[in-house]
Design a protein around this ligand. Sequence first.
Ligand code: NCD
Length: 339
Amino acid sequence: MPLNFVGSHILSVDQFDRESIERIFAVADQMIPYALRQRVTRVLEGAILGNMFFEPSTRTRVSFGCAWNLLGGEVRETTGLKASALAKGESFYDTARVLSGYSDLIVMRHEKMGSVAEFAEASRVPVINGGDGANEHPSQALLDLYTIGRELTDQGKTIDGMRIALVGDLRYGRAVHSLCKLLGIYKDITLSLISPEALRLPESYIYSLRMAGHQVIESTDLGQGLQSADIVYVTRTQEERFESPEEALRYKGLFRLNQAVYTEYCEPNTVIMHPLPRDTRAEANELDNDLNDNPNLAIFRQTDNGVLIRMALFALILDVADQIEQTSRTVNWYTAKRF
Ligand code: NCD
């Protein structure tokens, strides 16, 4: 059953079927002129977003805020656990009751798995999961899938039948977890999972992918795993999820994609993705800066697409997707070319 977005919480990609995803992507496409600053819409004028990030974030927090602003709404936000009353022992229940009195919609991120669902249960307004520990990151997976679709279309390919290599910390990476669930909806995908043994994708995801008819191949060899990939999706070692920084250090730098590795093992047009942030410190450097001029590096197209996807989610949940044009006008300030 397609999701009825209006007034819904978005907690997990399990809520979506193929039709719901296509609806989000169609509305995201509609948002391009607004994200490009060719047009302005005020469809959410007067609405307030509670952007509650109790874990570090740059692009997810700011792009959710920008997406809301681009629809004409105002943003109130909290950054960091220590700056909130959760650090004084307040419950998710109380925090959610309070903040939902101030906002029309809340985006929430917290280090605890299941925290956003617990928060949403007490909220009086829709809540979007901005990342709950190592569990899920639905808006990231949607923007990743949207990017994959656009990049493959440019190459005359489709998501159905593609080969994707997922590299790095597949155990704790919530972006990968949500993406794998979403890919399960498509057909005949070959997934090459490249990770240290200790950071394998949890068995439940592998099982579901295989049950859905996809081919899953696991490997600890980067070169071998990258072969014939249409997409390579690199991830950071999620050091904040380990017992200690020393433990995380054991896994950093084991798989590094740079131009030399790309030239040797990838196809000439393999698309390079990463949810970001990439860890550029010498001991990690999983995605080297020497790829920055490679036209197949899609990481900043992903971040740009994040605004479109988040605008689409807001428009659908607040039921204004059909009203964007009515309050829209052309822009008359200087606009730099972004995309
Ligand atoms: C990811 C996250 O927070 O899960 N970042 C993001 O939101 N783009 C990935 C990461 O932190 O490694």
